[in-house]
Write a protein of this length. Structure first.
Length: 447
């Protein structure tokens, strides 16, 4: 067998070392657990293991709690129930848990090469190259008596193999497209590496308006870049309207919204850059952790209505307010994608496309009538119903059935807390003129 593949030679374990290890392992049993911190501390010092250091601190804490209890009360019978229970559990853990711990790690602490020590494999030495030069004539031998080398076999000429006739021809080289001109890639393919000056580092998802990427700007800050569909960049008038709408959105107060930082629209690429909110959407939060309680729902209602009030003050109508457009960040809820829906609606006016998500559309949106801030108020109330119940306010079956209920029926608001029930009912009024404004919603929540 080659020496490289031979198993490593294990050192012989002296009998004295084995006996000492067994005595060490039985210390917790013999000392009723009081010696456990010391033997585990010895193992931690010998093996330099952070986990053993943590275990030493745990066993020592149980021991210290027992000593403090002894010093604080003159009689054990005076101990309160919680202290008696705590010290009893701690001593049992030090006694029996420490014994099990030492028995498990005994061989690794005292027997070299058993645990936590890498096996040393012998170094493999490459064979030395053969000397191909003929040796010099050896002194003392005449030329006719020099040792003779066996003749080398003649070299064989390599045989050329004809490739099969059905082999496909080589693929021609094509110049790759510059990443900054690439639009959203289909699912399953590699996306763009750059979007203008923004470097793509992740994929945040796909939507009806386009693809959203997590990017890093030139200062190293994370941003969210929404790449819009290519047909938005075809009409020059639509480009001008789009830029005006997004410029208005950039003036919205940023306290409860994800700020719009940049916008680019050319013949090849159209995208909107907004502040990146490190959090999950309200839709995903409710699916993962269930409906919000009354306090959480009140905070959510106040923050999102304040965001809508700021958006409406800037002259913007969101038009697509829904749970997936509310991000729950570490500093509270944030509303995203405001102002983009109206800009897209203007671009798609000739495409007979209704903007919005059916379950959160207002009656005027369904009927094709002009929309305004009242539309966002209607969608806000439907979003609050979802946050309180985990279900859409107007059902989850077919789109025609949902639209019919939006126009002709009232949703069930019993899952909302009483403080928000009447407010949500007024926001879901079929007549947009009877709905309160976003500022009125804030005042009614506070009062």
């Amino acid at each position: 067998m080659h020496p490289y593949w031979q198993p490593p030679q294990q050192p012989q374990k002296p009998a004295t070392n084995t006996a000492v290890s067994w005595v060490w392992a039985l210390v917790p049993l013999l000392t009723c657990g009081f010696g456990t911190p010391f033997v585990i501390g010895y193992a931690a010092a010998r093996k330099r293991s952070p986990w053993l250091i943590v275990a030493t601190g745990f066993y020592a804490l149980n021991f210290v709690v027992f000593l403090i209890a002894i010093a604080s009360y003159e009689d054990v019978e005076m101990w309160p129930v919680w202290l008696d229970t705590t010290t009893t559990i701690g001593l049992c853990l030090n006694w029996f848990g420490g014994l099990a711990h030492t028995l498990i790690i005994r061989r690794g602490v005292f027997e070299p090469g058993h645990a936590w020590q890498p096996v040393q494999q012998p170094q493999f030495q490459a064979p030395r190259p053969m000397n191909m030069t003929p040796p010099p004539q050896q002194q003392g031998y005449p030329p006719q008596h020099q040792p003779q080398r066996p003749p080398h076999p003649p070299m064989q000429r390599p045989t050329y193999v004809q490739p099969p006739m059905n082999m496909p021809p080589p693929r021609p080289f094509t110049q790759p497209t510059h990443p900054s001109t690439m639009g959203p890639q289909p699912r399953g393919s590699q996306g763009p590496q750059f979007l203008g000056p923004y470097r793509v580092v992740g994929d945040l998802g796909q939507g009806g308006q386009g693809a959203v990427y997590l990017c890093v700007d030139q200062r190293g800050q994370k941003v969210a870049v929404k790449v819009l569909h290519a047909h938005i960049a075809k009409d020059k008038d639509a480009q001008a309207r789009f830029l005006r709408e997004v410029d208005a959105a950039r003036r919205v107060a940023p306290f409860s919204t994800a700020r719009v930082l940049d916008v680019n629209i050319t013949d090849d690429l159209a995208y909107v850059v907004s502040e990146y909110v490190d959090g999950v959407s309200l839709e995903q939060l409710v699916k993962d952790k269930g409906p919000r309680n009354e306090d959480g729902l009140t905070r959510l209602a106040l923050a999102t209505s304040g965001a809508l009030a700021a958006i409406h003050k800037a002259g913007i109508v969101h038009r697509d307010f829904k749970p997936s457009n509310v991000l729950i960040g570490s500093d509270g809820p944030r509303v995203i994608d405001f102002g983009i829906a109206k800009a897209l609606d203007q671009v798609n006016a000739t495409a007979s496309q209704v903007m919005g998500t059916p379950a959160y559309m207002s009656p005027e949106q369904v009927g094709g009538r002009p929309v305004g801030p009242e539309t966002d108020v209607f969608a806000w109330a439907a979003t609050m119903v979802f946050a309180a119940s985990g279900k859409n306010a107007f059902g989850e079956d077919t789109i025609p059935a949902i639209l019919n209920r939006i126009i002709n029926h009232q949703p069930d608001l019993m899952r909302l807390p009483p403080s928000l029930r009447d407010l949500a009912a007024s926001c879901l009024d079929k007549d947009p003129h009877n709905r309160p404004t976003a500022s009125d919603i804030m005042l009614r929540i506070v009062h």
